[in-house]
Design a protein around this ligand. Structure first.
Ligand SMILES: [Zn+2]
Ligand SMILES: [Zn+2]
Length: 263
Protein backbone atom coordinates (compact mmCIF):
# COMPACT_ATOMS: atom_id res chain seq x y z
CA UNK A 1 0.00 0.00 0.00
CA UNK A 2 2.73 2.45 0.99
CA UNK A 3 5.68 0.47 -0.34
CA UNK A 4 7.34 3.65 -1.56
CA UNK A 5 7.39 5.14 1.93
CA UNK A 6 9.29 4.64 5.13
CA UNK A 7 8.06 5.14 8.63
CA UNK A 8 10.92 7.34 9.85
CA UNK A 9 10.13 7.27 13.56
CA UNK A 10 9.45 3.97 15.33
CA UNK A 11 10.17 3.05 18.95
CA UNK A 12 10.96 -0.42 20.25
CA UNK A 13 11.83 -2.11 23.53
CA UNK A 14 15.09 -0.15 23.45
CA UNK A 15 13.05 2.92 24.38
CA UNK A 16 12.12 3.39 28.03
CA UNK A 17 8.47 3.94 27.07
CA UNK A 18 7.90 1.12 24.54
CA UNK A 19 7.73 -2.68 24.73
CA UNK A 20 7.57 -3.46 21.00
CA UNK A 21 9.87 -6.23 19.85
CA UNK A 22 11.58 -5.83 16.49
CA UNK A 23 9.76 -8.94 15.24
CA UNK A 24 6.41 -7.35 16.09
CA UNK A 25 7.42 -4.16 14.29
CA UNK A 26 8.40 -6.12 11.21
CA UNK A 27 5.03 -7.93 11.19
CA UNK A 28 3.17 -4.63 11.66
CA UNK A 29 5.13 -2.94 8.86
CA UNK A 30 4.31 -5.78 6.48
CA UNK A 31 0.66 -5.62 7.49
CA UNK A 32 0.29 -1.88 6.94
CA UNK A 33 2.41 -2.05 3.79
CA UNK A 34 5.20 0.50 4.38
CA UNK A 35 8.42 -0.12 2.48
CA UNK A 36 10.48 0.06 5.64
CA UNK A 37 11.02 1.77 8.93
CA UNK A 38 13.71 3.43 10.96
CA UNK A 39 14.27 2.30 14.51
CA UNK A 40 14.44 5.57 16.45
CA UNK A 41 14.64 4.80 20.14
CA UNK A 42 14.78 7.56 22.72
CA UNK A 43 18.11 8.88 23.92
CA UNK A 44 17.83 11.23 26.90
CA UNK A 45 20.56 13.47 28.25
CA UNK A 46 18.96 15.08 31.29
CA UNK A 47 19.36 13.13 34.55
CA UNK A 48 15.91 14.39 35.58
CA UNK A 49 14.27 12.63 32.64
CA UNK A 50 12.59 9.26 33.36
CA UNK A 51 14.36 7.73 30.35
CA UNK A 52 17.85 8.91 31.35
CA UNK A 53 20.41 6.10 31.23
CA UNK A 54 17.90 3.62 29.80
CA UNK A 55 19.21 3.50 26.23
CA UNK A 56 21.79 0.87 25.29
CA UNK A 57 23.34 1.61 21.90
CA UNK A 58 25.25 -1.66 21.55
CA UNK A 59 22.22 -3.84 22.28
CA UNK A 60 19.97 -1.81 19.99
CA UNK A 61 22.53 -1.90 17.20
CA UNK A 62 23.06 -5.66 17.56
CA UNK A 63 19.30 -6.32 17.51
CA UNK A 64 18.92 -4.14 14.41
CA UNK A 65 21.81 -5.93 12.72
CA UNK A 66 20.17 -9.28 13.31
CA UNK A 67 16.63 -8.32 12.28
CA UNK A 68 17.58 -6.52 9.09
CA UNK A 69 19.58 -9.52 7.92
CA UNK A 70 16.45 -11.66 8.41
CA UNK A 71 14.06 -9.36 6.52
CA UNK A 72 15.35 -8.70 3.01
CA UNK A 73 11.81 -7.74 1.88
CA UNK A 74 11.72 -4.79 4.25
CA UNK A 75 14.17 -1.91 4.63
CA UNK A 76 15.01 -1.38 8.27
CA UNK A 77 17.40 1.39 9.18
CA UNK A 78 19.08 2.25 12.44
CA UNK A 79 18.41 5.62 14.03
CA UNK A 80 17.58 7.41 17.26
CA UNK A 81 15.40 10.19 18.61
CA UNK A 82 17.54 12.52 20.70
CA UNK A 83 15.96 14.91 23.17
CA UNK A 84 17.51 18.22 22.27
CA UNK A 85 18.40 20.50 25.16
CA UNK A 86 20.76 23.35 24.46
CA UNK A 87 22.40 22.94 27.87
CA UNK A 88 23.26 19.32 26.95
CA UNK A 89 24.85 20.16 23.62
CA UNK A 90 28.38 18.99 24.53
CA UNK A 91 27.12 15.57 25.72
CA UNK A 92 24.88 15.21 22.66
CA UNK A 93 27.73 16.07 20.30
CA UNK A 94 30.05 13.64 22.03
CA UNK A 95 27.41 10.89 21.99
CA UNK A 96 26.81 11.23 18.26
CA UNK A 97 30.46 11.56 17.43
CA UNK A 98 31.17 8.11 18.86
CA UNK A 99 28.23 6.27 17.26
CA UNK A 100 26.86 5.40 13.85
CA UNK A 101 23.30 6.04 12.77
CA UNK A 102 21.48 6.21 9.46
CA UNK A 103 18.98 8.73 10.79
CA UNK A 104 18.92 10.98 13.84
CA UNK A 105 15.82 12.89 14.87
CA UNK A 106 16.30 15.97 17.03
CA UNK A 107 13.18 16.53 19.08
CA UNK A 108 12.37 18.89 21.93
CA UNK A 109 10.70 17.26 24.91
CA UNK A 110 11.45 19.91 27.56
CA UNK A 111 10.90 23.51 28.47
CA UNK A 112 13.98 24.37 30.46
CA UNK A 113 14.54 21.21 32.48
CA UNK A 114 10.86 20.42 32.82
CA UNK A 115 9.55 17.55 30.71
CA UNK A 116 6.89 18.88 28.33
CA UNK A 117 3.86 16.88 29.59
CA UNK A 118 4.59 18.01 33.17
CA UNK A 119 5.21 21.55 32.02
CA UNK A 120 1.95 21.86 30.08
CA UNK A 121 -0.06 20.31 32.95
CA UNK A 122 1.57 22.66 35.45
CA UNK A 123 1.12 25.90 33.53
CA UNK A 124 -2.48 25.06 32.62
CA UNK A 125 -3.12 24.20 36.26
CA UNK A 126 -1.74 27.59 37.24
CA UNK A 127 -3.95 29.33 34.66
CA UNK A 128 -1.03 30.46 32.48
CA UNK A 129 -2.18 30.37 28.82
CA UNK A 130 -0.07 28.39 26.34
CA UNK A 131 -0.15 31.52 24.19
CA UNK A 132 2.38 33.03 26.60
CA UNK A 133 4.74 30.34 27.85
CA UNK A 134 6.07 28.25 24.98
CA UNK A 135 8.54 30.66 23.41
CA UNK A 136 11.33 28.62 25.02
CA UNK A 137 9.99 25.45 23.44
CA UNK A 138 10.11 26.80 19.90
CA UNK A 139 13.45 28.48 20.52
CA UNK A 140 14.88 25.09 21.51
CA UNK A 141 13.55 23.63 18.24
CA UNK A 142 15.45 26.32 16.34
CA UNK A 143 18.60 25.68 18.38
CA UNK A 144 18.29 21.97 17.66
CA UNK A 145 18.30 22.62 13.92
CA UNK A 146 21.11 25.16 14.22
CA UNK A 147 23.25 22.64 16.10
CA UNK A 148 23.55 20.86 12.74
CA UNK A 149 23.63 17.51 14.58
CA UNK A 150 20.36 16.06 13.36
CA UNK A 151 18.96 14.77 10.08
CA UNK A 152 15.44 15.72 10.97
CA UNK A 153 13.42 18.04 13.21
CA UNK A 154 10.79 15.97 15.03
CA UNK A 155 7.16 16.84 15.86
CA UNK A 156 7.42 20.63 15.76
CA UNK A 157 4.19 21.63 17.56
CA UNK A 158 4.29 18.72 20.02
CA UNK A 159 3.12 20.64 23.14
CA UNK A 160 -0.44 20.45 21.77
CA UNK A 161 -0.50 16.77 22.65
CA UNK A 162 -0.57 17.45 26.37
CA UNK A 163 -2.96 20.38 26.49
CA UNK A 164 -6.54 20.10 27.70
CA UNK A 165 -7.43 22.30 24.72
CA UNK A 166 -6.66 19.41 22.33
CA UNK A 167 -7.62 19.91 18.67
CA UNK A 168 -8.30 23.64 19.21
CA UNK A 169 -4.53 23.98 19.06
CA UNK A 170 -4.34 23.99 15.28
CA UNK A 171 -1.43 25.05 13.11
CA UNK A 172 -3.15 28.46 12.83
CA UNK A 173 -3.13 28.79 16.62
CA UNK A 174 0.61 28.22 16.85
CA UNK A 175 1.36 30.59 14.00
CA UNK A 176 -0.82 33.29 15.54
CA UNK A 177 1.14 33.19 18.80
CA UNK A 178 4.59 31.87 17.83
CA UNK A 179 4.75 32.75 14.13
CA UNK A 180 8.16 34.37 14.33
CA UNK A 181 9.75 31.47 16.21
CA UNK A 182 8.17 28.83 13.98
CA UNK A 183 9.18 30.65 10.81
CA UNK A 184 12.78 30.79 12.10
CA UNK A 185 12.80 27.05 12.82
CA UNK A 186 11.37 26.21 9.38
CA UNK A 187 13.82 28.53 7.61
CA UNK A 188 16.69 26.96 9.53
CA UNK A 189 15.56 23.51 8.36
CA UNK A 190 15.79 24.73 4.78
CA UNK A 191 19.13 26.49 5.31
CA UNK A 192 20.79 23.53 7.04
CA UNK A 193 19.19 20.81 4.90
CA UNK A 194 17.43 19.31 7.91
CA UNK A 195 14.29 17.37 7.05
CA UNK A 196 11.00 18.49 8.54
CA UNK A 197 9.11 15.57 10.04
CA UNK A 198 5.38 15.16 9.46
CA UNK A 199 4.45 13.05 12.46
CA UNK A 200 1.06 11.32 12.43
CA UNK A 201 1.11 10.27 16.10
CA UNK A 202 -1.30 13.16 16.73
CA UNK A 203 -4.10 11.21 15.00
CA UNK A 204 -3.95 8.60 17.76
CA UNK A 205 -4.72 11.22 20.39
CA UNK A 206 -7.65 13.00 18.75
CA UNK A 207 -6.13 15.51 16.33
CA UNK A 208 -7.08 15.88 12.69
CA UNK A 209 -3.73 17.16 11.60
CA UNK A 210 -0.18 15.97 12.11
CA UNK A 211 2.64 17.50 14.15
CA UNK A 212 3.12 20.15 12.85
CA UNK A 213 -0.39 21.26 11.83
CA UNK A 214 -1.39 22.06 8.25
CA UNK A 215 -1.01 25.84 8.51
CA UNK A 216 2.61 25.36 9.59
CA UNK A 217 3.21 22.97 6.71
CA UNK A 218 1.69 25.55 4.34
CA UNK A 219 4.11 28.15 5.70
CA UNK A 220 6.99 25.72 5.16
CA UNK A 221 5.86 25.39 1.55
CA UNK A 222 5.65 29.18 1.11
CA UNK A 223 9.19 29.49 2.49
CA UNK A 224 10.41 27.18 -0.26
CA UNK A 225 10.05 23.76 1.37
CA UNK A 226 8.89 21.15 -1.09
CA UNK A 227 9.61 17.84 0.62
CA UNK A 228 8.88 16.33 4.02
CA UNK A 229 9.46 12.97 5.67
CA UNK A 230 6.62 10.98 7.16
CA UNK A 231 6.50 9.12 10.45
CA UNK A 232 4.09 7.64 12.97
CA UNK A 233 6.14 7.88 16.19
CA UNK A 234 4.88 4.35 16.89
CA UNK A 235 5.27 3.19 20.48
CA UNK A 236 3.23 0.02 19.83
CA UNK A 237 3.40 -2.23 16.74
CA UNK A 238 -0.15 -1.34 15.69
CA UNK A 239 0.84 2.35 15.53
CA UNK A 240 3.18 1.89 12.53
CA UNK A 241 1.95 3.89 9.54
CA UNK A 242 -0.86 5.66 11.44
CA UNK A 243 -3.11 7.67 9.07
CA UNK A 244 -0.57 7.43 6.21
CA UNK A 245 -3.19 7.34 3.43
CA UNK A 246 -5.08 10.46 4.52
CA UNK A 247 -1.93 12.42 5.37
CA UNK A 248 -0.10 11.59 2.13
CA UNK A 249 -3.17 12.69 0.13
CA UNK A 250 -3.43 15.96 2.04
CA UNK A 251 0.30 16.71 1.74
CA UNK A 252 0.17 16.21 -2.01
CA UNK A 253 -2.95 18.41 -2.23
CA UNK A 254 -0.96 21.14 -0.45
CA UNK A 255 1.94 20.84 -2.87
CA UNK A 256 4.35 18.95 -0.60
CA UNK A 257 5.93 15.69 -1.64
CA UNK A 258 6.83 12.87 0.70
CA UNK A 259 10.51 11.98 0.61
CA UNK A 260 12.45 9.19 2.22
CA UNK A 261 15.35 10.50 4.26
CA UNK A 262 17.15 7.16 4.28
CA UNK A 263 18.00 4.90 1.37
ZN1 LIG B 1 9.42 12.73 20.64
ZN1 LIG C 1 9.25 9.45 19.37
Amino acid sequence: MYEAFFDHHVHSRFSWDSDSSLEELVAASRRVGVGGFVLTDHVEFDPLDPGFGEYDYDSARAAWDEIQSLTPDLKIRFGAELSHQQRRLPEIREFLHARRYHWVIGAVHHVGREEISNYVARVEGEGIPLEECLGGYFKACLQGVESNLYDCLGHLDFPKRYSRRGPDLTGEFWLRHYGKEIRSALSACLDFGVFLEVNTGSYRVGFNEPYPGWAILDLYHRLGGSEVVLSSDAHRPEDVGTAYGAVIRELVRRGLSVRNGVA
